[in-house]
Design a protein around this ligand. Structure first.
Ligand code: EPZ
Length: 431
């Protein structure tokens, strides 16, 4: 199993290219199920989750090919171009072995139902960060007329005669995945669907833009009310995946943590205003440039900030662990409240191994800044928790060895390469 070794204490300087967003690329790939034409996606990050989803989609009948293969040595080349064609849906079952490995594959439910009239998709089960139910996905699809049963751990769904029909769907809670699922299904439903209290995350807007190119009519993109006029059939399209705001925020926090001056190339500030405002309050400089976003911190102390995670445009849960890593060295005490997932604090015990002083009480963590962190062996537990350990390792004195880095490979493209080109002492040990 691969490990990552970091020797902390280096300031970061240079440029880090930001990849296409994993959490947009995944639902965009799933949208290929909605048409028999070719869907071309540009700027797709080369990640374990993308490759796994491509395999899962192949099971349903989606052919895919890749061009624009990048030269691995040059991180400035943009992501790859994938072509997906689902001429025929050959299998409407998404088995447990697949869905349990990647929760986002549950989102095939809506598109399969809309295109093939039926779907049998495994319930994903719990995961490291919380119970993560799917009731909102089912509520939305039932509103569009689907008949849904749970049988032996599977959601078995059937569209009514004549197909799904538009409806008003009021989400009792904001859910990114449920919004994707219902939005995609509604694009192939008869008549108008209105989703109220829809997720406003930029990745949802990116999927909606792509569905528009495929022929759906969607109003209210970027707001909490989406109005979708479905079509009998959708067409092929070409779409460029938006930059990854979580990768952007992660490197921004890493630069603030180590000190230094780095341009995050291709980053878009407006995709993470709240996180970057928070970063500025810690004493870092954030500046929009022609190339992207420049982050710098030179010598000044890290000021403590307190936040709570919220759906977009609030502070993202996917950056909570990274902010906590930064706060371990703040000049004072900060409080971080996690309101989205009930168990997203697995990094706390690992950060403590490096000398962090963190107390957990219910959904909140109180972090008292310490003078130094000291390197130690730690264990990656989920994607974002793992990368918080990378940030802590970059700040710590001495060597930090991160085990189980396959979690990182799910969501960070060429992490060691991007950081080491900016001066970090970080390397992957394989095997
Ligand atoms: C997406 O997960 C992201 N995943 C997550 O990123 C992200 O943390 C999350 O949104 C919140 O921003 C992808 O985009 C692939 P939700 P999702 O449905 O859609 C509850 C990462 O590290 N809920 O918005 O699964 C749920 O339990 C990942 O890249 C229900 O109660 O999240 C949670 O408390 C991790 N019933 C809240 O809603 C439901 O039917 C938000 O979850 C669905 C969700």
């Amino acid at each position: 199993m691969d490990r990552i070794r970091i020797t902390g204490g280096q300031r970061l300087k240079g440029t880090i290219p930001i990849s296409g967003a994993k959490n947009a690329a995944l639902p965009l790939m799933i949208a290929s199920l909605l048409t028999s034409d070719r869907l071309t996606l540009k700027n797709v990050p080369n990640l374990a989750d993308v490759n796994l989803l491509a395999r899962i989609l192949r099971n349903h009948g989606v052919d895919h090919s890749v061009d624009g293969k990048r030269a691995n040595a040059d991180p400035h080349l943009l992501g790859e171009t994938f072509h997906f064609t689902a001429r025929d849906i050959v299998d409407t079952t998404a088995p447990y072995e697949m869905v349990s490995r990647m929760r986002a594959s549950f989102w095939v439910l809506g598109p399969l139902l809309a295109r093939a009239g039926e779907a049998r998709v495994s319930l994903p089960g719990g995961c490291a960060i919380g119970t993560r139910p799917v009731d909102l996905h089912l509520l939305g699809l039932k509103a569009l007329g689907a008949e849904i049963d749970i049988d032996a751990g599977y959601v078995v769904a059937k569209a009514p005669k004549g197909g799904l029909r538009g409806a008003r769907v009021v989400m009792p809670k904001v859910s990114v995945g449920a919004t994707h699922n219902v939005l995609m299904a509604a694009s192939l439903a008869r008549g108008e669907t209105v989703i109220e209290n829809a997720a406003r995350e930029p990745e949802v807007a990116d999927v909606a833009q792509c569905l528009m190119k495929m022929g759906a009519k969607i109003d209210g993109i970027g707001t909490s009310t989406l109005r979708i006029e479905g079509r009998d059939r959708l067409e092929g399209a070409t779409h460029h995946v938006l930059p990854d705001r979580i990768e952007t925020g992660t490197y921004a926090f890493a630069i603030a943590a180590t000190g230094g001056d780095v341009v995050l190339e291709g980053a878009r500030k407006e995709l993470l205003e709240t996180a970057l405002d928070t970063l500025q309050q810690t004493g870092a400089t954030v500046e929009e440039t022609a190339e992207g976003v420049r982050i710098a911190r030179n010598g000044n102390a890290i000021e403590p900030v307190s936040i709570e995670t919220q759906p977009f445009p609030g502070f993202p849960t996917d950056l909570q662990a990274q902010l906590m890593a930064l706060m371990t060295r703040a000049k004072g005490t900060s409080v971080i409240r996690e309101t989205i997932f009930e168990n997203r604090f697995m990094h706390v015990q690992e950060l403590a191994r490096l000398g962090a002083d963190i107390r957990l009480h219910g959904d909140s963590a109180t972090i008292r800044g310490v003078g130094t962190l000291r390197g130690a062996p730690v264990m990656a537990t989920d994607l974002r928790a793992s990368v918080s350990l990378v940030i802590a390792g970059l700040m710590a004195d001495g060597e930090t060895m991160i085990n189980r880095v396959y979690h990182l490979d799910r969501g960070f493209e060429r992490l060691e390469e991007k950081l080491s080109r900016c001066g970090a002492h970080i390397e992957r040990l394989t095997g």
